[in-house]
Design a protein around this ligand. Structure first.
Ligand code: PNS
Length: 165
């Protein structure tokens, strides 16, 4: 088992500055981080998987020791397949706790070798999420500063196009 490597899983629909904050913190603890994007079309993501990958790639272009990958099925199985037994998750406000607690207990039931580690997001991103950012952008709100510039541009373009359609 490679103890220097952790998995940072999520939907990343799209990546936000909150995610980037967790990635940077994760890299202070682990030598390598795999950003593992859930590829489950049944969950009807807003951005297709290739666009999510592309936005992440551009957002982390100045960072090293990162791998981007996709997964489907059980996260613990994916972690073992990647020879890692650490899952990193970000915690924001209290509302995250119940969901994360449930998920980590289920993951531990499924495989006791895989450990979940929680890192606090920078306070600046405590109340943001991909969902609320998409909602605000969809209503014409300015979400710059909450997401990487590549995501901001993409959201603006999509919503401008849908307005003109
Ligand atoms: O960014 P998200 O949507 O909060 O990420 C959730 C994710 C992808 C980490 C979670 O849905 C997941 O691990 N899915 C894989 C399926 C799985 O392993 N389920 C059992 C444990 S809950």
């Amino acid at each position: 088992m490679n103890r220097t490597k952790a998995i940072y899983p999520g939907t990343f629909d799209p990546i936000t500055n909150g995610h980037l904050s967790i990635i940077k913190r994760g890299l202070k603890i682990f030598d390598n981080l795999t950003i593992a994007i859930l590829n489950n079309p049944q969950k009807s993501p807003f951005f297709p998987i290739d666009e999510r990958i592309c936005m992440i790639k551009k957002s982390i272009k100045d960072m090293s020791n990162l791998e981007i990958d996709t997964f489907d099925g059980l996260l613990v199985d994916y972690a073992i397949q990647k020879k890692s037994n650490v899952i990193i998750r970000g915690l924001r406000a209290l509302s995250d706790f119940e969901y994360e607690f449930q998920m980590s207990l289920m993951n531990r039931k499924l495989n006791r070798e895989v450990q979940s580690i929680f890192l606090m997001t920078d306070y600046k991103w405590f109340y943001t999420s991909s969902t609320i950012i998409k909602e605000a952008a969809g209503l014409g709100g300015d979400v710059s500063g909450l997401v990487p510039e590549v995501v901001n541009r993409k959201l603006k373009k999509i919503y401008a196009e849908s307005k003109n359609a």
